[in-house]
Design a protein around this ligand. Sequence first.
Ligand SMILES: Nc1ncnc2c1ncn2[C@@H]1O[C@H](COP(=O)(O)OP(=O)(O)O)[C@@H](O)[C@H]1O
Ligand SMILES: [Mg+2]
Length: 412
Amino acid sequence: MTSSDWIALLTSFAAIITAVGGIWYQQHRISLERMEHKEKSPEKTLHGWSTGLLKPPPPVSDDEIIDVSLPYQAGAPIRNPKLFYGRKEQLASAMRCITGTNMASIFILGARKSGKTSSFYYLNHLLNPDNYPQVIPVILHSQIPISSDKNFYAYMYREASAILASRCKGNLQVPEIPREVEFDTLSTFLRQASSKGWRFVFMVDEFESLVNNKLLSGEGFFASLRSLVPQVEISWVLSSYRTVYMPGTLTSPFVNVVQDYLYLGPLLDWDARLLISEPAARAGHPFDSEDVELILDLAGRMPFLIQKACLSMYTSRRAGRGRQETRNQLNATFRLDIGPYLETQLSRLLPEEREALFDLVLQKDVTKHKITLNSLERYGLVEMKQDQYCLPGRSWEDYLYRKAKESMAAAD
Ligand SMILES: Nc1ncnc2c1ncn2[C@@H]1O[C@H](COP(=O)(O)OP(=O)(O)O)[C@@H](O)[C@H]1O
Ligand SMILES: [Mg+2]
């Protein structure tokens, strides 16, 4: 080959190398940009930005703040322990089960808005690290969508490890828990923590919705949860409307771990009066004894209805209305206010329960309904006075009377 041939060959060779290098560089840059984009994706940016948040500034001065908040809360569960009234007997039983040497499991039963979730928050408050440094209370909410057994194990793991880390005061870094974990991963964590002396209290709210969740594998899933009991320092606290029936063909059913059933019926008379009087007095617009009697007469002693009535009376009083005017207004509007709540309460009862209530309100012979009425008494839907069944709260009684008449008219 001549020297010009060599030059031509080398030039083409160099051109090929430059082209290949160019393509490689281009591809490398694209993938780098992709990675960079992924790193900077809105999801990634959101993740963890709030860890560096500062505390909010303090209020200018306490004297300048006019308290416009309401001292009663009717609807959402009570988180503030100062607004939680009564339930001492049930809470004491629960605490005995949870904190005893042999950790036991319990069911908290109650109608809609009887205070099941609020009681979980209160138990959580009682199990504070100052008094029970070794106890890890974990509230598991039914509103969290659970898509599989492993997803629930991950939920348990995530919540328990976060509380454990906070109890270790920064000496424990928990890795990010994936969306799903194997049961073995969860049980190993709980066993290891138990062997160090930690005790777990898992409070499962609205347990029936977990039982009815079709995305869970059913018996196998609950058998796995049950299998934790002998291996781990654990108490299950389950809440639901009614006792939950579970078959259990492979092993003894999960609910057999439960040793005590606590019902959230009406508040004791003393606690009901305190719930009515204390918040209004604290907020500077106290109720008088006639107000208190009217609220008890209309609402009975279930805390939600009391809170509803108090809220209405309090807002009217704070708006500057006179005492008698306020009472007249409550008398006239309370029934309408709580209509939708009573409607759902009635719709969730069994046909024999409805029949027993209708017979009672129509003053028919209720001897045949004794068992049903006893059970309704535990839910605060029926009351026993001087050995006679009666209906607690004038609003509930009037509502049932209207419904019973409607049902009779429909049957004719
Ligand atoms: N112990 C309590 N003290 C004061 N109010 C309560 C108490 N328990 C329940 N309530 C009232 O009932 C409402 C519903 O409570 P919640 O705990 O959500 O009931 P549940 O979980 O049984 O449906 C609360 O907003 C509050 O008005
Ligand atoms: Mg609830």
